[in-house]
Design a protein around this ligand. Structure first.
Ligand code: HEC
Ligand code: HEC
Length: 444
């Protein structure tokens, strides 16, 4: 019996000791609680205070659910210069993983270009010998375009695409670059601009149909449509709908939601450093950035006038100028309106604004700090949001803190399967991926 008690005490002593110490510590901390009543953790506060959000699950179109074969096919198409009229440019030329799925340039060089990214130069059309111009707008990233908002202010598979929001959804968007002369069409098709754009998509589809490897890929990616084609109910397995869905499918997977900011929102208190936390607070208060750059995408996707100075060849409404949303709606009330862009991965996609006029994020913050100056000469104060024309009075330190905070929105694809972040070694056309017939270094 004595022996038994001894064993019992010996066995339970560590537990008793632990319970005792815990009670002691608890009562000490309870006492100090009463004295100072500390606030809840600061980080938790910021998330609720500024309604900080991270990305939810991808909004898929009902007719384009994710399927490995389709995503992989979209990737091949994305990098295949067979889509370019003169076979010397691919989507990946201007949306390249090395440059955050943009091109690192103020204004892109499409057809007739040689080289990649900032080193790419203009030459002339290989077909007509005529010079081609820069693409009039800065290339946005493809990362997270799956989450662009629609008219109702929600991330949707019909989200606005382009700086002027002229199309809804990645599928529709994917047919557009092919028809633009400076982007991808070049002088490959006869007729004036309208005639040539009208034939461009059809010719690209015909080219794809002539490549057996693509037919096989489309069959594997679209089993229902393949069955319809086999049954004679469908003209071909490759058409504008399957083409568009394949490309959209690839782009939609390029999601980056593991930035330090996202980890902070998910509760990792140390994910942001002190300067970034300071920048975050300024972003949503004194600097007013959060008035427009908010929500999971750091954009409300609303159209507004920032008065950004115009550079580059411009568009159609006022030749030499880019009137923004008016180019699409033809409504003068929309003159110089562009939609708020996402700030996710903004560190990777310099230069900035619709015409890439600012080289650094610091220049962008200084532009806002100076009441949106330097200004487009046609944009007067009364055309703009009164909050924008007021100088913000940010000190140099505060400007830099905001820049540092924006860098916390960077996620170069951590957690994405590797193949989504690389250029395929070969594409079914046999052309050189991204570069096509002009090759990477020809003439350079
Ligand atoms: C010559 C360079 C160039 C090529 C080639 C190119 N793009 Fe773009 N892309 C741009 C530019 C510039 C814009 C912005 C144009 C605008 O807003 O009017 C853009 C916009 C986009 C957008 C909209 C993103 C957003 O958030 O608004 C998507 C998506 C896109 N491109 C996908 C593609 C696909 C798919 C291809 C191939 C079929 C392609 N691009 C080929 C330069 C290019
Ligand atoms: C009234 C709405 C609004 C406010 C406030 C605002 N922005 Fe913007 N932001 C926009 C719009 C619209 C554009 C695109 C303008 C253009 O390209 O002509 C833009 C563009 C940008 C860009 C360039 C994005 C790119 O892809 O090139 C950055 C960076 C940026 N804003 C950061 C900020 C910061 C930092 C603040 C606060 C100091 C701020 N914005 C305040 C609406 C706003």
């Amino acid at each position: 019996m004595k022996d038994y008690i001894y064993k019992f005490v010996k066995k339970t002593f560590p537990v008793c000791y632990l319970v005792f110490v815990t009670i002691l510590l608890f009562s000490i901390s309870a006492c100090s609680d009463n004295e100072t009543s500390p606030a809840p953790p600061v980080e938790e506060d910021l998330v609720t205070q500024f309604k900080l959000q991270t990305l939810d699950s991808i909004p898929y179109p009902p007719d384009n659910l994710p399927r490995y074969e389709r995503i992989a096919l979209g990737r091949l198409l994305f990098y295949d210069p067979i889509l370019g009229g003169e076979k010397d440019v691919a989507c990946g030329t201007c949306h390249h993983p090395e440059f955050g799925f943009a091109d690192g340039r103020q204004l892109p060089v499409g057809t007739s270009g040689v080289g990649l990214g900032p080193n790419r130069i203009l030459t002339q059309s290989s077909v007509s010998g005529l010079p081609l111009d820069f693409t009039p707008r800065n290339a946005p990233t493809i990362y997270n375009t799956a989450y662009n908002f629609d008219e109702n202010g929600n991330s949707s598979h019909l989200g606005f695409q382009f700086w002027d929001g002229r199309v809804n959804g990645l599928e529709v968007q994917s047919t557009k670059p092919i028809t633009s002369r400076v982007e991808m069409r070049g002088d490959a098709y006869p007729g004036d601009d309208e005639q040539a754009s009208a034939v461009a998509l059809d010719s690209v589809i015909s080219r794809l149909r002539a490549i057996p490897e693509y037919i096989q890929h489309f069959r594997d990616s679209f089993p229902e449509e393949a069955a319809e084609w086999d049954a004679g109910l469908r003209e071909h397995i490759i058409d504008s709908s399957t083409y568009a869905r394949a490309i959209g499918s690839f782009e939609r997977e390029l999601v980056t939601s593991n930035s330090p900011y996202d980890r902070f929102v998910r509760g990792e208190k140390d994910a942001l450093n002190d300067v970034q936390v300071k920048g975050l607070k300024l972003f949503f208060t004194k600097a007013k950035c959060g008035n427009c750059h908010n929500g999971p995408m750091f954009s409300d996707y609303k159209f507004m006038i920032q008065g950004v100075p115009q550079e580059g060849p411009g568009k159609d409404v006022l030749p030499g100028d880019d009137t923004g949303r008016e180019e699409h709606t033809k409504n003068p009330a929309d003159r110089y309106k562009f939609h708020t862009p996402t700030l996710r991965n903004i560190e990777l996609t310099a230069p900035y604004m619709h015409d890439g006029v600012f080289a650094t994020l610091e220049q962008v913050v200084r532009f806002y700090n100076d009441g949106c100056n330097p200004r487009h000469p046609q944009v007067t104060d009364d055309m703009m949001d009164p909050d924008l024309i007021q100088p913000l009075g940010l000190t140099d330190d505060e400007v830099l803190a905001i820049v540092e905070f924006m860098k916390a929105l960077t996620d170069p694809g951590i957690g994405l399967p590797g193949y989504l972040l690389t250029v395929p070694e070969r594409v079914p056309s046999g052309l050189m991926p991204v570069f096509g017939v002009k090759g990477p270094g020809s003439g350079m």
